[in-house]
Design a protein around this ligand. Structure first.
Ligand SMILES: NC(=O)c1ccc[n+]([C@@H]2O[C@H](COP(=O)([O-])OP(=O)(O)OC[C@H]3O[C@@H](n4cnc5c(N)ncnc54)[C@H](OP(=O)(O)O)[C@@H]3O)[C@@H](O)[C@H]2O)c1
Length: 358
C-alpha cells in the first residue's frame, strides 16, 4: 500500500513509469496515446491477452512507430502508476495484483466509483472487495482535487456521469439547486462508449444514423451522478451517430427565481481556474453551446446553460470526448495530481477544426 512518502518520491523522480492493463481497448489506446506524449512518463507495459507480443500499432494504427508491444497481464511489471482500462468486474477481482505492481492505481471502470456495497448490489452485480470502496478516490479532479495526492486507488469518473456532473455541480455549489428539485438529464453518446468489442447493436449497419434511446431509465451512471451530487436524478441515454462524444442536456427547475447573471456567477466561480473546462453559453458563431466536435480528442469539457424564464427552467449543456475527459484524459489528469506532476502535463493540446463526425 502506498504512503504519502511514496507519492512524494515518485514526483521527485525525473521520469515515472506507467503500465496500462487493457491497452488494446479504446480507452487503453487513448491512455497510450497520452502517455507516449507525456513529458514525465515512460510506458513500461501495455497489456492485452489477445494481442500479446504484437505491436501496439497493429491494433492502434495512430500509434505505429511508438515502439511498444503488448504483453500478457498475468505478468505485471512494477511501475509508478498503473492504469486499468478493463471491463467492469476485472479490477475488483485483480486489485491486489494491481496494487502490488504500483503505488498508484487508476481504474477507469466503475468498480470503485460508488461508496457502498449496497449500491453495487442495487446497480451492478454486487462487489467482491467492498473493503476498498471507502478509500478509493473518485476522480473528477475538478471536484475532488484535494483528495488525490494521498490516493492509492483512484476511480476515474464515468463518461456520461462526468458530462452530467460538470454541468450540474455549479448549480448545487451556488445554491441555485438544493437537492429537492427535479433534475432531468438526457445524454447523447457516441459508439466508442461501448468499447472495442463488437455487438449486434454496434455493427455499422445497425449503429449508423441512429438516434436510439438505449437506456431510457435505469442507466448505471444515474447512481454515480446521484451519489456525487447528493440528489435524485432522472437520466436517459441515446446512442447517436458519432464515434466519440457525450453531450448532456440537463433540465432543472429551481425553486427560487434565478437570473442569467446568477448563472454566469455560479459557473465562473466553479470553473474560471479550471484548465480543462470551458464555458460556452451563447455568444456568436456556429458553436454557441457545448459541442462534442469541438472537444474531440482533447481532455477539454465544454459547459454552458440557458435560462427559460417562462418555464422557470434552467437548461444546462455539457460536452466531452468520452474517451478523453470521460476516461483516459481524466485518468491522466487525476494521476498528474496524485503524483505531484504539473496538472496539465501530457494533456495540453487543442482538437481539430474542422473535423468530420468525431
Ligand atoms: N469507452 C468509453 O467511452 C469509456 C468511458 C469511461 C469509462 N470506460 C470504462 O473503461 C473500461 C474500458 O473500456 P473500453 O471502452 O476501453 O473497453 P474495451 O475497448 O472493450 O477494452 C477492454 C480491454 O480490457 C482487456 N481485458 C478484458 N478482460 C480482461 C481481463 N480479464 N484481464 C485483463 N485485461 C482484460 C481487453 O484486452 P484483452 O482481452 O486482449 O486482454 C481490452 O484491452 C471499462 O470498464 C469501461 O466501462 C469506458
Amino acid at each position: 500500500m502506498a504512503t504519502a512518502t511514496d507519492h512524494d518520491e515518485a514526483a521527485d523522480a525525473e521520469t515515472l513509469t506507467a503500465g496500462v492493463v487493457g491497452a488494446s481497448g479504446f480507452t487503453g489506446g487513448e491512455l497510450l496515446r497520452l502517455l507516449v506524449g507525456h513529458p514525465n512518463v515512460d510506458v513500461a507495459q501495455a497489456t492485452s491477452r489477445e494481442y500479446a507480443n504484437k505491436t501496439v500499432g497493429s491494433v492502434h494504427p495512430n500509434l505505429r512507430g511508438a515502439g511498444l508491444r503488448f504483453s500478457d497481464p498475468g505478468d505485471l511489471e512494477s511501475v509508478d502508476v498503473l492504469f486499468a482500462a478493463t471491463p467492469h468486474g476485472v479490477s475488483m477481482e485483480q486489485v491486489d495484483a494491481f496494487q502490488a505492481a504500483a503505488d498508484t492505481v487508476v481504474d477507469l471502470s466503475a468498480d470503485f466509483r460508488l461508496d457502498t456495497e449496497a449500491e453495487y448490489d442495487e446497480w451492478y452485480d454486487g462487489h467482491v472487495c467492498p473493503e476498498y470502496l471507502d478509500d478509493a478516490v473518485y476522480a473528477l479532479p475538478e471536484l475532488f482535487r484535494e483528495d488525490l495526492p494521498s490516493a492509492d486507488l483512484i476511480a476515474a469518473g464515468g463518461c456520461n456521469a462526468t458530462a452530467a456532473i460538470l454541468g450540474l455541480a455549479p448549480l448545487f455549489d451556488a445554491g441555485v439547486l438544493d437537492g429537492g428539485e427535479q433534475v432531468v438529464v438526457d445524454v447523447k453518446v457516441g459508439s466508442s462508449e461501448g468499447g472495442a468489442s463488437a455487438s449486434k447493436a454496434s455493427s455499422h449497419a445497425e449503429r449508423s444514423g441512429v438516434v436510439r434511446p438505449y437506456a431510457p431509465t435505469g442507466h448505471r451512471h444515474e447512481a454515480e451522478i446521484e451519489a456525487i451530487l447528493d440528489t435524485s436524478v432522472s437520466f436517459t441515454a441515446h446512442a447517436v451517430d458519432m464515434v466519440r462524444g457525450a453531450s448532456a442536456t440537463s433540465h432543472v427547475f429551481p425553486d427560487s427565481p434565478v437570473s442569467k447573471g446568477d448563472l454566469w456567477t455560479a459557473y465562473r466561480e466553479a470553473y474560471e481556474d479550471e484548465p480543462f473546462v470551458r464555458l460556452v453559453a451563447g455568444g456568436s458563431g456556429v458553436y454557441r453551446y457545448p459541442e462534442p466536435k469541438a472537444v474531440a480528442g482533447t481532455n477539454n469539457a465544454e459547459v454552458g446553460f440557458e435560462l427559460d424564464p417562462g418555464n422557470e427552467r434552467v437548461v444546462v449543456f455539457s460536452a466531452i470526448d468520452n474517451l478523453m475527459k470521460g476516461s483516459a484524459g481524466q485518468a491522466v489528469h487525476a494521476a498528474n495530481v496524485a503524483l505531484g506532476l504539473e496538472e496539465t502535463a501530457g494533456l495540453e493540446f487543442s482538437g481539430l477544426h474542422p473535423v468530420g463526425s468525431p
